[in-house]
Design a protein around this ligand. Structure first.
Ligand code: MLT
Length: 264
């Protein structure tokens, strides 16, 4: 379904009933990356997976976007859906949005899932890479982000053994609105550093890394988890960056166990 949030049409996938769990996707992806989690958890939870503005089926904004804007959309979505408090999960870029949400409205979230994400802001080199990505997106369309990201999302073994998953991701990433991805690249380039936020997180937190993830490596994620008071840290074997889709059973086992122990 589509909802009008802050004057923008945002697509939201919703499944199941019970405690609300909001799942925020990464770049250059959309809600479809959470398919295995939606299927596994919908029997016990109300899973809500939006497409961040400019990505997936959501409208592409006409002006620039910050991570705070994405966060404002999520707060507007919660108001619109009458959700006072939810468990919040963020994968990679979705984790950056989760940090922005915790800065803005920590009282709205009772538990946190941080998957394959990191708290530091980009340095000059990282920013330059994002600018180059933005230019490449104008030149080549969404294929620029797809081709750059695909080798980093899955292990070599998964890419060889699961051609169907590779095909699915190619379709999702290749179909993204290029200008929406430009907005996302620049929003990430100029995102706030969230390292200082970590000590202020006082909710149960599940931190999940992928053993072979080069974007949010396990040691970086372990350092992040060590700074969050109630965090538990897990590394999923035989996984690169996209753990929820690459190792859905292991991911879902951690998620189900975690959600079973929290109260919203
Ligand atoms: C993502 O998966 O969302 C991106 O890799 C995040 C990033 O580029 O920093």
């Amino acid at each position: 379904m589509k909802k009008t949030l802050n004057h923008t049409q945002v697509y939201v996938e919703e499944k199941g009933q019970g405690t609300p769990v909001i799942l925020l996707h990464g770049f250059p992806l959309d809600h479809q990356m959470w398919r295995p989690q939606m299927e596994a958890l919908a029997a016990s939870y109300r899973i809500i997976a939006p497409d961040l503005r400019g990505m997936g089926q959501s409208d592409v904004p006409a002006t620039n976007v910050s991570l705070e804007d994405y966060a404002d959309d999520i707060l507007a979505l919660m108001d619109e859906m009458n959700i006072k408090k939810a468990a919040l999960g963020g994968f990679s870029m979705g984790g950056y949005v989760a940090f922005a949400l915790l800065r803005k409205a920590p009282e709205r979230f009772s538990a946190l899932i941080l998957a394959n994400t990191r708290p530091e802001a980009d340095g000059p080199e990282g920013r330059k890479n994002r600018m180059n990505m933005a230019v490449a997106l104008y030149d080549k369309g969404a294929a620029a982000a797809r081709d750059a990201m695909l080798p980093k999302l899955l292990t070599e073994h998964t890419r060889q053994s699961q051609p169907q998953l590779v095909e699915e991701l190619n379709t999702v990433m290749g179909g993204m609105p290029p200008e929406g991805l430009v907005h996302a690249s620049l929003a990430m380039a100029f995102r706030q550093d969230s390292v200082d936020l970590l000590a202020s997180i006082h909710v149960p937190t599940l931190v999940i890394a992928g053993e072979q993830d080069a974007i949010a490596p396990p040691d970086v994620m372990k350092t992040m988890a060590d700074q969050i008071q109630q965090a538990s840290f897990h590394v999923i074997a035989d996984a690169s960056h996209l753990t929820p889709l690459e190792q859905p059973e292991a991911f879902n086992a951690l998620l189900t166990d975690f959600l079973g122990r929290i109260t919203v």
